[in-house]
Structures are given as C-alpha cells and as structure tokens.
Design a protein around this ligand. Structure first.
Ligand code: SF4
Length: 474
C-alpha cells in the first residue's frame, strides 16, 4: 500500500497499460490478486520469451551500449533497453512499428531521461525487418531495422507529458474507480480477464457474445443503454445479421438448425479417399533456417487420417520433425508419400493450411506442382458451419472445431490432453528442438508423445464430424 499519492512512482510499463485500459492498470497496482488471477497463457509466455530473445540479440549490434539503465524523476521511472552515449534505443520484437504504442513508450523514456538531467541526442526504435531472408549465418545488421524517431518523439512530448500526469493521478488514487469498465461497449473478444470482476451484473453469456457485435458499435450502445444484457432482452425489431439471428434463435428455442439439403450439396463435392489433414507450425521471430523471414511459420508436424471408402475405418499417418534443423524438406516428402493422386483433402479453416502450402512451395519450388494439385482438392469442412448449414446454440455464433466437436461428437475431448491447443503445441516443439534445449531423453519422448496425441485428435475430430454430418444426410 502506498503511504501517499506523492510517493507513487509511475513506471513505463504501467503507463502503457493505462493507455490501453485505465481500470486494468489500477487493478494491477492495487489489486494484483484480481489482475493476475489467471495464469499466463502459453501464447503470452511465448511473447515474453520472444521479447527477451530479440532484446538480447539486438544488444549485439550495439556492443558499446549500456543495457537496462534505470532513470527516475518527478514520480516517473523508466528502464532503457540500450543507451549508446546519449542515444536512446528501444527494442521491439515486432516486424513493424506500432504507432499507437511504440512511440508513446519511447517518448515516456525520453521525458523521464530529460527530467533526470540526461541529455537525449536521439531516440530510436529497433525492430525486426520483415524483408530479411536468412541465408547462412544470421546477419544482425539486416535482421534489425533501426529507425530514428527523435523528431516524432519531440512532437509527441507535450501530449505524452500531459498523459503521464493524468495516468499518475489516476493510478495513485487509493480508492477503486467505480462503475462498469469501458469494455462494456465492446464485444466479448475485447474483454480482458477482469471484465467479470468490474461488471458483475453482466451475464457470462449475453449480448456481448453475439457474433461480430463488436463491429456494430451503434447496436451495442443501443442495447447497453437500454439495459438489455441478455439474449432474451433483444428487441425483435433490432436489425441483426443472419448469423446473429440464428445464434439467438437456437439459444432461445434450445433447438438446432440443420439444413440437410445444403449439407448434402457440400458433402457431395467430396471424392474418396478422404484425407483429413492438419498442420502444426511455429512462428519463429528470429529466423532459424535459410529461406525464413522473421515470424514465418515453420511447419513441423502434421496428422492425416485417410478414409478409403465410406464404411472403412480411417488409417492414421503422421509426421513430426524432432531434429534441430529445417523440417520443410522432410515434411513435404512425407506428405507426398502419404497423400495419393486422387481424393479430397479435408482441412478446417483452409486459409491456414493453404498459406503454409504456398510458403513451402516457394521455399521448395520442386514441390509447387504437388501443392497446386493439393489446392485443387482442398475442401474446408468449417464451411458447413460458417455457411450456417448446421447451427447449435453452443457454437455461440462461432465455427471453430473446438466449438463444434463437443456438440457433434461429445465423446471426443481435448480436456484430458497434456496439449490442448495449437499455441501450446508450437511452444512445446520449440522447446524440444531449440539449440538451448536441455531436455533428457525421457522428457523428449514424453513431449513427442503429447504432440502426436494432440495433432492426431485434430484430424480424427474432423473425420468424426464428417461422419456425423454424413449420418444426418443419409
Ligand atoms: S474489460 Fe476492458 S475496460 Fe474492462 S478492465 Fe478489461 S480491458 Fe479494461
């Protein structure tokens, strides 16, 4: 607890959080048990690790620099990434400059340093260069871009200075800010983990969960200001999209929409054998292999269930690269061995697999004809749910496999698996194959087993969903 608001020191990190959400920044400082109530997701942990990794590498291009120097003045505190003489450098593990955050971050430091009596000659951002393609050893001078932001920072200094004062006053107050938080006027995807704490009267499933309602600000404002939070409260004359209407109808009537004719029309496009295919990939910020740019996805695993005829049991095939090298060549070779010249290739959300195929074909031009052929045979099973041919209240307006599977095949579950989602799979593979990996042989075997079980379920789930749909139209 602070002895007085005069003692309060605003750090750069808290200022940046305050800019994003005042209430959240207040909770972080005064009620950390609420703010940190959820463990960090694997995705969030990965962002932090990537940031540290990029930071360490960026220091190598500034060998004469001083790192992590702390400055404090007038109740504000900043720790700089790199100082070279009087030149300030902030490192960002992104491909582009985020104009909404990065400049404010740098300007905060610029102001604190100046107030602490340090002369800042230039303020710079260092970020990854999306155009860099690794060939051989990493070339740090090409991997990073250094952009002089001094002029922009000077232009922004007055605005940021005023914000810093407001943020400090707001965050120093001992009493919790009252009322609902700002996200009450945003869709569910914008809500953070403390939304329910700040808005206890808003139902956990209601108007905020309507599909894409966050894009219809006026509608959301109308409903909120009219005190209508439940799906039951929505006036009949409110203009809604078909997806939103179906979501509400299935919820209120507890019934499922099944358009057998449309499902049949879609499934009739399939040709046996059916290949149910799913990829796992890792987006490496620092390119690990030749031909990769920052954040290019490394395809390291796939699972494939092959159904030769409608009554057969599907055969399972898979690939997982566990060596410390580029999996691309072995990945493609294995895929070519497993996918025959005829039959539909069924995926869920085809943009992802097709995107990876295009990248593989670019890196390995000899595989282009194979991937062109695959492209012509791809069938996206999600389309049936996207096009609303099958709508259940528990889809909650979505069409991801994680929503559809428990409804159509409740016996298949991800809950009991050690790896439950793609982000964790990617992070796990990175640990398994990274240069710095210190895993024992037993630990590696366990990880390999977990990765295989997870990916296998993804394609078996697709097969099982197809089978349920097929039963519906038979
Ligand atoms: S839900 Fe939104 S406004 Fe509310 S605390 Fe979280 S980020 Fe802030």
């Amino acid at each position: 607890m602070l002895s007085s608001s005069k003692d309060f020191v605003l750090s750069k990190t808290n200022y940046i959080i305050w800019r994003d959400c005042k209430k959240n920044a207040w909770l972080k400082i005064h009620k950390p048990e609420i703010y940190f109530q959820n463990e960090l997701s694997d995705f969030e942990k990965q962002i932090i690790e990537t940031g540290n990794e990029v930071d360490l590498l960026a220091r190598q291009i500034m060998p004469t620099g001083e790192f992590q120097k702390k400055f404090e003045a007038d109740g504000y505190m900043a720790i700089t990434d790199i100082l070279v003489g009087n030149n300030l450098y902030e490192v960002k593990a992104t491909n582009e400059i985020d104009k909404k955050t990065h400049l404010h971050d740098l300007t905060f430091q610029y102001i604190v340093l100046k107030r602490a009596g340090f002369e800042v000659k230039s303020a710079n951002l260092i970020h990854l260069n999306p155009d860099y393609v690794r060939e051989g050893e990493l070339e740090l001078d090409k991997l990073f871009k250094i952009e002089d932001m001094t002029e922009k920072v000077e232009d922004l200094a007055e605005e940021v200075g005023a914000e810093m004062q407001l943020a400090r006053e707001y965050l120093a107050q001992g009493e919790e800010p009252k009322g609902p938080c700002d996200c009450v006027y945003k869709g569910r995807s914008a809500h953070c983990t403390t939304f329910h704490y700040s808005n206890p009267d808003i139902p956990e499933y209601g108007i905020h969960d309507l599909a894409r309602i966050g894009n219809s600000k006026a509608k959301l404002i109308e409903l909120i200001d009219g005190n209508k939070f439940k799906l039951e409260d929505i006036p009949e004359d409110l203009k809604l999209s078909d997806i939103q209407k179906n979501q509400i109808w299935t919820y209120l009537n507890d019934r499922t929409i099944i358009s057998r004719e449309n499902i049949s029309e879609e499934l009739d496009k399939l040709e046996f054998p059916l290949y149910f295919l799913d990829y796992e990939t890792f987006p490496a910020a620092i390119p690990r292999f030749d031909g990769f740019s920052p954040y290019n996805q490394i395809p390291f695993q796939y699972s494939l269930h092959v159904l030769n005829n409608p009554g057969a049991e599907p055969e399972h095939k898979d690939f997982l690269y566990t060596e410390n090298g580029d999996p691309s060549g072995a990945f493609v070779e294995s895929l070519r061995n497993h996918i025959g010249p005829k039959g539909s290739v069924i995926v869920w959300h085809k943009d992802f697999e097709c995107g990876r195929n295009d990248e593989l074909a670019e890196r390995l031009p000899e595989s282009k004809a194979f991937f062109d052929d695959i492209k012509s045979r791809i069938f996206d099973l999600e389309v049936i749910f996207k096009k609303q041919h099958h709508v259940h209240k528990d889809y909650k307006g979505g069409s991801s496999i994680k929503k559809v599977l428990p409804v159509l095949v409740p016996s298949l579950k991800y809950d009991d698996l050690a790896i439950k989602e793609g982000g964790t799979a990617a992070e796990t593979w990175n640990k398994l194959t990274a240069d710095s990996s210190e895993l024992t042989a037993d630990e590696k075997d366990l990880i390999i087993g977990n990765l295989k079980v997870y990916c296998k379920l993804d394609t078996y789930a697709m097969y099982a969903i197809w089978r349920e749909l097929d039963k519906l139209i038979s």
